[in-house]
Design a binder for this molecule. Structure first.
Ligand code: A3P
Length: 279
């Protein structure tokens, strides 16, 4: 009982803060929060709730590892600490810095259909801007098409929502600093439809006891996504996870599919994975 809810802040005897031995490095909008919360169902795993942005932001990194460790949750010596900051995946500095902390760290990269990821990223930007300027109507922001294509109608790779979905562009740097076996690539599409199966693979990769059961996941018709269940009760992710996407025309989607296709093939080869949607 001491470990649930706000009581978790209490420093339970025998626990201390540990640097993470597992990091979810991204990618943004691919289901990083769902993955983190699902991992947290496992009694051997403890997570940071907030994104720490230690390795990708100089202001934080310059504070050194003691600063980083202070942001970690209290855990028992036999528990594993996990942190997730999706910004790490696209950060040029993060791989070398993470290696300097622990060359044996276990990394998780979750990816999903790059076109859907781009739409999700755009949606997030629109929603965040709407919150900031809440008197402005949603339609006063540029349409998706106007953001992803440049004046010549070419896919605009200077737009971050487009760039982040080019997994093959960022993955090689991680392979320079880490062994391929240290990086587990999670299928973000399968995590949506089949969380138990995907989490079983995560347990195997982490080498932890296979404790999660199909009954830890239940489909909420209301949310339209799987939610979590354990002895503390039922929990769905917040309203910012599983947002309604704007309608994007078939033509725009197929133009983006053509654009991403060679990068997907390349990423598939580099990572030696074969997700059905990664074609
Ligand atoms: P959308 O809100 O665009 O649908 P991240 O946590 O990395 O920001 O990713 C957010 C995405 O996680 C959501 O994008 C959603 O599709 C996906 N997701 C995967 N499993 C989910 C779940 N069980 N509940 C809610 N969202 C989930």
């Amino acid at each position: 009982a001491l470990l649930n809810g706000t009581a978790r802040r209490i420093h339970v005897k025998g626990t201390s803060r540990h640097l993470p031995s597992i990091i979810i490095i991204g990618a943004k909008k691919c289901g990083t929060r769902a993955l983190l919360e699902m991992m947290n169902l496992h009694p051997r795993i403890r997570r940071t709730t907030r994104e720490v942005h230690f390795f990708d932001r100089d202001v934080n990194y310059l504070n050194g590892l003691p600063w980083y460790r202070k942001r970690m949750p209290f855990s028992f010596p036999d528990q594993l600490t996990v942190e997730k900051t999706p910004g790490y995946f696209v950060s040029p500095e993060a791989p070398v810095r993470i290696r300097a902390m622990n060359k044996d760290v276990k990394l998780l990269l979750i990816v999903r259909d790059p076109v859907i990821r781009t739409i999700s990223d755009y949606t997030q930007v629109v929603m965040t801007r709407n919150q900031d300027e809440n008197d402005q109507a949603e339609d006063s922001f540029p349409q998706f098409e106007d953001m992803v294509f440049d004046v010549n109608g070419e896919v605009d790779t200077s737009y971050k929502a487009v760039r982040t979905s080019i997994y093959a562009r960022f993955f090689p740097t991680w392979l320079e600093y880490f062994k391929r076996e240290q990086i587990h690539v999670v299928d973000g599409e399968n995590l949506v439809t089949n969380p138990f199966e995907e989490m079983r693979r995560v347990e195997i990769f982490l080498g932890v006891e296979r404790i999660l059961k199909p009954s830890n996941f239940w489909f909420s018709e209301e949310k339209g996504f799987y939610c979590l269940r354990n002895e503390n009760g039922d929990k769905c992710l917040g309203p910012s996870k599983g947002r309604k996407h704007p309608n994007v025309s078939k033509e725009v989607v197929s133009k983006l599919r053509v654009f991403y296709s060679p990068f997907n093939v390349n990423f598939s080869k580099l990572a030696d994975i074969n997700f059905t949607w990664l074609v």
